[in-house]
Design a protein around this ligand. Structure first.
Ligand code: GLV
Length: 388
Protein backbone atom coordinates (compact mmCIF):
# COMPACT_ATOMS: atom_id res chain seq x y z
CA UNK A 1 0.00 0.00 0.00
CA UNK A 2 3.06 2.28 0.33
CA UNK A 3 2.89 2.71 -3.45
CA UNK A 4 -0.17 4.92 -2.87
CA UNK A 5 1.13 8.32 -1.79
CA UNK A 6 -2.23 10.11 -1.71
CA UNK A 7 -5.97 9.61 -1.36
CA UNK A 8 -6.23 10.40 -5.06
CA UNK A 9 -3.97 7.42 -5.83
CA UNK A 10 -6.25 5.18 -3.75
CA UNK A 11 -9.23 6.60 -5.64
CA UNK A 12 -7.73 5.69 -9.01
CA UNK A 13 -6.96 2.18 -7.83
CA UNK A 14 -10.48 1.69 -6.38
CA UNK A 15 -11.94 2.84 -9.67
CA UNK A 16 -10.06 0.09 -11.50
CA UNK A 17 -10.89 -2.60 -8.94
CA UNK A 18 -14.53 -2.05 -7.98
CA UNK A 19 -17.50 -2.63 -10.33
CA UNK A 20 -18.68 0.61 -11.84
CA UNK A 21 -22.10 0.61 -10.16
CA UNK A 22 -20.59 0.55 -6.66
CA UNK A 23 -17.69 2.88 -7.35
CA UNK A 24 -20.06 5.39 -8.93
CA UNK A 25 -22.48 5.09 -5.99
CA UNK A 26 -19.74 6.16 -3.57
CA UNK A 27 -18.31 8.79 -5.86
CA UNK A 28 -21.46 10.60 -6.93
CA UNK A 29 -23.12 13.76 -5.75
CA UNK A 30 -26.79 14.46 -6.28
CA UNK A 31 -28.30 16.00 -9.43
CA UNK A 32 -25.94 18.49 -11.07
CA UNK A 33 -23.25 17.85 -8.43
CA UNK A 34 -22.82 21.59 -7.82
CA UNK A 35 -22.59 21.15 -4.06
CA UNK A 36 -20.24 18.20 -4.45
CA UNK A 37 -17.85 20.39 -6.45
CA UNK A 38 -18.26 23.38 -4.12
CA UNK A 39 -17.19 21.22 -1.16
CA UNK A 40 -13.81 20.68 -2.77
CA UNK A 41 -13.28 24.03 -4.42
CA UNK A 42 -14.15 26.02 -1.29
CA UNK A 43 -11.78 23.93 0.81
CA UNK A 44 -9.02 24.50 -1.71
CA UNK A 45 -9.58 28.25 -1.62
CA UNK A 46 -8.73 28.45 2.05
CA UNK A 47 -5.06 29.25 2.24
CA UNK A 48 -2.87 28.31 5.14
CA UNK A 49 -0.35 30.58 6.75
CA UNK A 50 3.21 29.37 6.32
CA UNK A 51 5.28 30.02 9.43
CA UNK A 52 9.01 29.43 9.61
CA UNK A 53 11.70 28.91 12.21
CA UNK A 54 9.30 27.76 14.90
CA UNK A 55 10.49 24.76 16.88
CA UNK A 56 8.03 22.08 15.77
CA UNK A 57 9.77 19.05 17.19
CA UNK A 58 7.56 16.69 19.24
CA UNK A 59 4.28 17.22 17.45
CA UNK A 60 1.12 15.56 18.67
CA UNK A 61 -1.95 14.90 16.52
CA UNK A 62 -3.97 13.26 19.27
CA UNK A 63 -7.12 14.78 20.72
CA UNK A 64 -10.50 13.78 22.15
CA UNK A 65 -13.78 13.18 20.34
CA UNK A 66 -16.81 12.96 22.63
CA UNK A 67 -14.45 12.30 25.48
CA UNK A 68 -12.72 9.39 23.70
CA UNK A 69 -8.96 9.73 23.29
CA UNK A 70 -8.08 9.46 19.60
CA UNK A 71 -4.81 9.52 17.70
CA UNK A 72 -6.12 11.96 15.09
CA UNK A 73 -9.00 14.45 14.90
CA UNK A 74 -10.74 12.03 12.56
CA UNK A 75 -13.51 9.45 12.47
CA UNK A 76 -14.73 7.18 9.69
CA UNK A 77 -18.19 8.06 8.37
CA UNK A 78 -21.08 5.67 7.99
CA UNK A 79 -21.13 4.54 4.37
CA UNK A 80 -24.01 2.58 2.92
CA UNK A 81 -22.97 -0.48 0.93
CA UNK A 82 -19.42 -0.42 2.36
CA UNK A 83 -19.39 -4.19 2.08
CA UNK A 84 -19.91 -3.88 -1.67
CA UNK A 85 -16.60 -2.04 -2.09
CA UNK A 86 -14.81 -5.06 -0.64
CA UNK A 87 -16.05 -8.29 0.98
CA UNK A 88 -16.77 -7.76 4.70
CA UNK A 89 -15.84 -4.14 4.02
CA UNK A 90 -17.34 -2.78 7.23
CA UNK A 91 -15.31 -5.18 9.36
CA UNK A 92 -12.17 -4.31 7.42
CA UNK A 93 -12.75 -0.57 7.85
CA UNK A 94 -13.60 -0.89 11.53
CA UNK A 95 -10.47 -2.93 12.21
CA UNK A 96 -8.30 -0.41 10.37
CA UNK A 97 -9.85 2.48 12.30
CA UNK A 98 -9.40 0.76 15.66
CA UNK A 99 -5.80 -0.17 14.87
CA UNK A 100 -5.18 3.50 14.07
CA UNK A 101 -6.95 4.67 17.24
CA UNK A 102 -9.90 6.51 15.68
CA UNK A 103 -13.68 5.86 15.74
CA UNK A 104 -15.52 3.94 13.04
CA UNK A 105 -19.22 4.46 12.32
CA UNK A 106 -21.31 1.57 11.01
CA UNK A 107 -24.15 2.59 8.68
CA UNK A 108 -27.73 1.39 9.02
CA UNK A 109 -27.38 0.57 5.31
CA UNK A 110 -24.26 -1.54 5.79
CA UNK A 111 -23.75 -5.01 4.37
CA UNK A 112 -22.26 -6.51 7.56
CA UNK A 113 -24.71 -6.25 10.45
CA UNK A 114 -24.12 -4.61 13.83
CA UNK A 115 -23.61 -8.07 15.31
CA UNK A 116 -21.21 -9.16 12.53
CA UNK A 117 -18.98 -6.17 13.22
CA UNK A 118 -19.25 -6.39 17.01
CA UNK A 119 -18.20 -10.03 16.85
CA UNK A 120 -15.16 -9.27 14.71
CA UNK A 121 -13.54 -6.27 16.42
CA UNK A 122 -12.09 -5.52 19.85
CA UNK A 123 -13.32 -2.05 20.70
CA UNK A 124 -16.70 -0.31 20.63
CA UNK A 125 -17.67 1.45 17.42
CA UNK A 126 -20.31 4.06 16.60
CA UNK A 127 -23.62 3.25 14.96
CA UNK A 128 -25.42 5.48 12.47
CA UNK A 129 -29.19 5.54 12.43
CA UNK A 130 -31.64 6.25 9.66
CA UNK A 131 -35.19 6.57 10.93
CA UNK A 132 -37.65 4.49 8.95
CA UNK A 133 -41.43 4.49 8.97
CA UNK A 134 -41.50 1.31 11.04
CA UNK A 135 -40.64 2.79 14.43
CA UNK A 136 -40.75 -0.60 16.11
CA UNK A 137 -37.85 -1.64 13.89
CA UNK A 138 -35.92 1.53 14.73
CA UNK A 139 -36.43 0.89 18.43
CA UNK A 140 -35.01 -2.61 17.86
CA UNK A 141 -32.04 -1.27 15.92
CA UNK A 142 -31.21 1.16 18.74
CA UNK A 143 -31.47 -1.73 21.19
CA UNK A 144 -29.17 -3.85 19.01
CA UNK A 145 -26.61 -1.03 18.93
CA UNK A 146 -26.79 -0.85 22.71
CA UNK A 147 -26.41 -4.61 23.10
CA UNK A 148 -23.38 -4.45 20.79
CA UNK A 149 -21.94 -1.78 23.15
CA UNK A 150 -21.72 0.90 20.48
CA UNK A 151 -20.15 3.96 22.08
CA UNK A 152 -22.12 6.62 20.17
CA UNK A 153 -25.23 6.90 18.05
CA UNK A 154 -25.03 9.10 14.97
CA UNK A 155 -28.45 10.17 13.79
CA UNK A 156 -28.40 11.33 10.17
CA UNK A 157 -30.81 14.25 9.89
CA UNK A 158 -30.45 15.27 6.24
CA UNK A 159 -31.91 12.25 4.45
CA UNK A 160 -35.64 12.03 4.93
CA UNK A 161 -35.86 11.82 1.17
CA UNK A 162 -33.02 10.82 -1.09
CA UNK A 163 -31.31 13.29 -3.45
CA UNK A 164 -31.03 11.47 -6.75
CA UNK A 165 -27.62 10.44 -7.98
CA UNK A 166 -28.08 10.15 -11.72
CA UNK A 167 -25.41 7.48 -12.15
CA UNK A 168 -27.31 5.10 -9.86
CA UNK A 169 -30.28 5.36 -12.19
CA UNK A 170 -28.13 4.89 -15.28
CA UNK A 171 -26.24 1.99 -13.73
CA UNK A 172 -29.40 0.33 -12.39
CA UNK A 173 -27.88 0.09 -8.89
CA UNK A 174 -29.06 -3.02 -7.06
CA UNK A 175 -27.68 -4.88 -4.06
CA UNK A 176 -26.43 -7.44 -4.95
CA UNK A 177 -25.95 -6.59 -8.65
CA UNK A 178 -28.50 -8.06 -11.03
CA UNK A 179 -27.27 -10.71 -13.40
CA UNK A 180 -27.21 -8.67 -16.57
CA UNK A 181 -24.66 -8.95 -19.37
CA UNK A 182 -23.24 -5.52 -18.58
CA UNK A 183 -22.71 -6.41 -14.91
CA UNK A 184 -21.32 -9.85 -15.64
CA UNK A 185 -18.70 -8.37 -17.96
CA UNK A 186 -17.83 -5.68 -15.44
CA UNK A 187 -17.46 -8.16 -12.59
CA UNK A 188 -15.49 -10.61 -14.75
CA UNK A 189 -12.85 -7.92 -15.16
CA UNK A 190 -12.65 -7.40 -11.37
CA UNK A 191 -11.68 -10.87 -10.11
CA UNK A 192 -10.11 -9.76 -6.82
CA UNK A 193 -13.28 -7.86 -5.94
CA UNK A 194 -15.48 -10.83 -6.92
CA UNK A 195 -13.43 -13.19 -4.78
CA UNK A 196 -13.55 -10.92 -1.75
CA UNK A 197 -17.33 -10.53 -2.08
CA UNK A 198 -17.78 -14.29 -2.49
CA UNK A 199 -15.78 -14.87 0.68
CA UNK A 200 -17.67 -12.12 2.53
CA UNK A 201 -20.33 -13.24 4.96
CA UNK A 202 -23.21 -11.25 3.45
CA UNK A 203 -24.36 -10.12 0.05
CA UNK A 204 -27.06 -7.68 1.06
CA UNK A 205 -28.07 -5.29 3.86
CA UNK A 206 -27.17 -7.10 7.08
CA UNK A 207 -29.04 -4.86 9.52
CA UNK A 208 -32.27 -5.17 7.59
CA UNK A 209 -32.29 -8.95 7.21
CA UNK A 210 -35.48 -10.27 8.74
CA UNK A 211 -37.09 -6.83 8.75
CA UNK A 212 -37.50 -6.36 5.03
CA UNK A 213 -38.99 -9.65 3.93
CA UNK A 214 -36.62 -10.29 1.08
CA UNK A 215 -33.52 -8.13 1.30
CA UNK A 216 -32.12 -9.80 -1.80
CA UNK A 217 -34.88 -8.14 -3.69
CA UNK A 218 -34.20 -4.51 -2.91
CA UNK A 219 -34.03 -3.95 -6.62
CA UNK A 220 -33.80 -0.22 -6.78
CA UNK A 221 -32.12 1.29 -3.78
CA UNK A 222 -33.69 4.68 -4.45
CA UNK A 223 -37.22 3.27 -4.64
CA UNK A 224 -36.69 1.20 -1.56
CA UNK A 225 -35.40 4.19 0.40
CA UNK A 226 -38.41 6.24 -0.67
CA UNK A 227 -40.77 3.55 0.57
CA UNK A 228 -39.02 2.91 3.92
CA UNK A 229 -37.43 6.17 5.16
CA UNK A 230 -39.69 8.40 7.17
CA UNK A 231 -40.27 11.82 5.59
CA UNK A 232 -42.19 12.98 8.69
CA UNK A 233 -38.99 12.94 10.77
CA UNK A 234 -38.84 16.07 12.94
CA UNK A 235 -37.03 17.53 15.95
CA UNK A 236 -39.55 15.72 18.18
CA UNK A 237 -38.15 12.44 16.88
CA UNK A 238 -34.68 13.48 17.96
CA UNK A 239 -36.08 13.63 21.50
CA UNK A 240 -37.62 10.21 20.95
CA UNK A 241 -34.30 8.75 19.79
CA UNK A 242 -32.52 10.40 22.68
CA UNK A 243 -35.00 8.90 25.13
CA UNK A 244 -34.12 5.43 23.80
CA UNK A 245 -30.36 5.91 23.65
CA UNK A 246 -28.49 6.44 26.91
CA UNK A 247 -25.09 7.09 25.30
CA UNK A 248 -23.53 9.88 23.24
CA UNK A 249 -25.65 11.27 20.43
CA UNK A 250 -24.34 12.96 17.28
CA UNK A 251 -26.62 14.73 14.79
CA UNK A 252 -25.09 14.51 11.34
CA UNK A 253 -26.14 16.79 8.52
CA UNK A 254 -26.49 20.29 10.02
CA UNK A 255 -25.78 23.09 7.54
CA UNK A 256 -27.66 26.04 8.98
CA UNK A 257 -27.06 28.21 12.04
CA UNK A 258 -30.73 28.09 13.10
CA UNK A 259 -30.76 24.29 12.89
CA UNK A 260 -27.51 24.16 14.85
CA UNK A 261 -29.12 26.25 17.60
CA UNK A 262 -32.10 23.88 17.75
CA UNK A 263 -29.69 20.93 17.84
CA UNK A 264 -28.17 22.37 21.02
CA UNK A 265 -31.56 22.39 22.72
CA UNK A 266 -32.05 18.65 22.04
CA UNK A 267 -29.22 17.82 24.40
CA UNK A 268 -27.27 16.02 21.64
CA UNK A 269 -23.55 15.79 22.37
CA UNK A 270 -22.30 16.75 18.92
CA UNK A 271 -23.33 17.87 15.47
CA UNK A 272 -21.59 17.20 12.22
CA UNK A 273 -21.64 20.17 9.87
CA UNK A 274 -22.29 18.38 6.61
CA UNK A 275 -24.15 18.34 3.34
CA UNK A 276 -23.86 14.57 3.10
CA UNK A 277 -20.83 14.83 0.83
CA UNK A 278 -22.84 16.79 -1.74
CA UNK A 279 -25.28 13.89 -2.06
CA UNK A 280 -28.48 15.52 -0.83
CA UNK A 281 -29.55 19.15 -1.49
CA UNK A 282 -27.78 20.11 -4.67
CA UNK A 283 -27.37 23.88 -4.67
CA UNK A 284 -26.67 23.96 -0.93
CA UNK A 285 -23.49 25.81 0.08
CA UNK A 286 -20.30 23.89 0.62
CA UNK A 287 -20.11 22.50 4.13
CA UNK A 288 -16.86 24.34 4.84
CA UNK A 289 -18.38 27.73 3.96
CA UNK A 290 -21.08 27.23 6.61
CA UNK A 291 -18.73 25.93 9.30
CA UNK A 292 -17.34 29.18 10.78
CA UNK A 293 -20.73 30.72 11.46
CA UNK A 294 -22.13 27.51 12.92
CA UNK A 295 -19.05 27.00 15.08
CA UNK A 296 -19.21 30.63 16.26
CA UNK A 297 -22.89 30.23 17.12
CA UNK A 298 -22.84 26.91 18.98
CA UNK A 299 -19.24 25.72 19.30
CA UNK A 300 -19.09 26.48 23.00
CA UNK A 301 -22.28 24.53 23.73
CA UNK A 302 -21.96 21.41 21.59
CA UNK A 303 -19.09 19.58 19.98
CA UNK A 304 -18.83 20.59 16.32
CA UNK A 305 -17.58 17.95 13.90
CA UNK A 306 -17.17 18.44 10.17
CA UNK A 307 -17.56 16.28 7.10
CA UNK A 308 -18.03 16.73 3.34
CA UNK A 309 -15.01 17.06 1.13
CA UNK A 310 -12.04 16.16 3.36
CA UNK A 311 -9.35 14.59 1.17
CA UNK A 312 -6.08 15.88 2.63
CA UNK A 313 -4.36 16.68 5.89
CA UNK A 314 -4.50 20.34 4.91
CA UNK A 315 -8.31 20.03 4.74
CA UNK A 316 -8.35 18.79 8.32
CA UNK A 317 -6.31 21.82 9.41
CA UNK A 318 -8.69 24.10 7.47
CA UNK A 319 -11.77 22.64 9.16
CA UNK A 320 -10.21 22.73 12.61
CA UNK A 321 -9.10 26.32 12.05
CA UNK A 322 -12.68 27.26 11.22
CA UNK A 323 -14.09 25.77 14.39
CA UNK A 324 -14.47 22.00 13.95
CA UNK A 325 -13.15 19.84 16.75
CA UNK A 326 -12.66 16.85 14.44
CA UNK A 327 -13.39 15.72 10.90
CA UNK A 328 -15.26 12.74 9.55
CA UNK A 329 -14.15 11.14 6.29
CA UNK A 330 -16.25 9.09 3.89
CA UNK A 331 -14.97 8.75 0.35
CA UNK A 332 -11.34 9.20 1.46
CA UNK A 333 -11.40 5.86 3.24
CA UNK A 334 -13.86 4.15 0.91
CA UNK A 335 -11.29 4.60 -1.87
CA UNK A 336 -8.78 2.81 0.34
CA UNK A 337 -11.30 0.04 1.01
CA UNK A 338 -11.87 -0.48 -2.71
CA UNK A 339 -8.15 -0.31 -3.43
CA UNK A 340 -6.99 -2.78 -0.78
CA UNK A 341 -9.51 -3.78 1.90
CA UNK A 342 -8.34 -3.28 5.47
CA UNK A 343 -4.78 -2.40 4.39
CA UNK A 344 -6.21 0.21 2.02
CA UNK A 345 -8.27 1.84 4.76
CA UNK A 346 -5.24 1.77 7.06
CA UNK A 347 -3.24 3.45 4.29
CA UNK A 348 -5.90 6.16 3.83
CA UNK A 349 -5.81 6.97 7.55
CA UNK A 350 -2.00 6.91 7.54
CA UNK A 351 -1.85 9.27 4.53
CA UNK A 352 -4.19 11.77 6.20
CA UNK A 353 -2.39 11.48 9.53
CA UNK A 354 1.01 12.15 7.98
CA UNK A 355 -0.30 14.99 5.87
CA UNK A 356 -1.91 16.52 8.93
CA UNK A 357 1.29 16.21 10.92
CA UNK A 358 3.41 17.81 8.18
CA UNK A 359 0.86 20.56 7.55
CA UNK A 360 0.83 21.38 11.26
CA UNK A 361 4.63 21.58 11.28
CA UNK A 362 4.73 23.90 8.27
CA UNK A 363 2.08 26.10 9.87
CA UNK A 364 4.21 26.26 13.01
CA UNK A 365 1.86 24.37 15.33
CA UNK A 366 2.61 21.33 17.45
CA UNK A 367 -0.75 20.33 18.92
CA UNK A 368 -4.35 20.05 17.73
CA UNK A 369 -5.47 22.55 20.37
CA UNK A 370 -3.15 25.16 18.80
CA UNK A 371 -5.03 25.07 15.47
CA UNK A 372 -7.24 28.14 15.24
CA UNK A 373 -7.94 30.94 12.77
CA UNK A 374 -4.37 32.19 13.17
CA UNK A 375 -3.21 29.34 10.93
CA UNK A 376 -5.21 30.76 8.02
CA UNK A 377 -3.79 33.28 5.58
CA UNK A 378 -5.73 36.56 5.76
CA UNK A 379 -7.64 36.45 2.46
CA UNK A 380 -9.19 33.08 3.23
CA UNK A 381 -10.53 34.33 6.52
CA UNK A 382 -12.26 37.17 4.67
CA UNK A 383 -13.70 34.69 2.15
CA UNK A 384 -15.09 32.38 4.78
CA UNK A 385 -16.70 35.14 6.80
CA UNK A 386 -18.61 36.77 3.99
CA UNK A 387 -22.34 36.74 4.69
CA UNK A 388 -24.12 33.83 3.03
C1 GLV B 1 -26.63 7.35 1.95
O1 GLV B 1 -26.21 7.73 3.00
C2 GLV B 1 -26.17 7.84 0.72
O2 GLV B 1 -25.57 8.92 0.71
O3 GLV B 1 -26.39 7.16 -0.29
Amino acid sequence: MKAFPSIEDLRRSARRKVPKMFFDYAEAGSYNQETLRANRSDLEQIKLRQRVLVNVDQRDTSTRILGEKVSLPLALAPIGLGGMMHGDGEIAACRAAQAAGIPYTLSTMSICSIEDVAGAVQEPFWFQLYVMRDRGFIRELIQRAQTAKCSALMLTVDLQVLGQRHCDVRNGLTVPPEIKIRNVIDIATKPAWALSILKGRRKTFGNLAGHVKDTTNINSLAQWTASQFDPTLSWKDVEWVKSLWPGKLILKGILDVDDAKIAVTTGADAISVSNHGGRQLDGAPSAISTLPRIADAVGSEIQVLFDSGVRTGADIVRALALGARSCIIGRSYIYGLGAGGQAGVARAIEILGKELDTTMALCGVKAIAEINRDVLAEPSIATMQRPQ
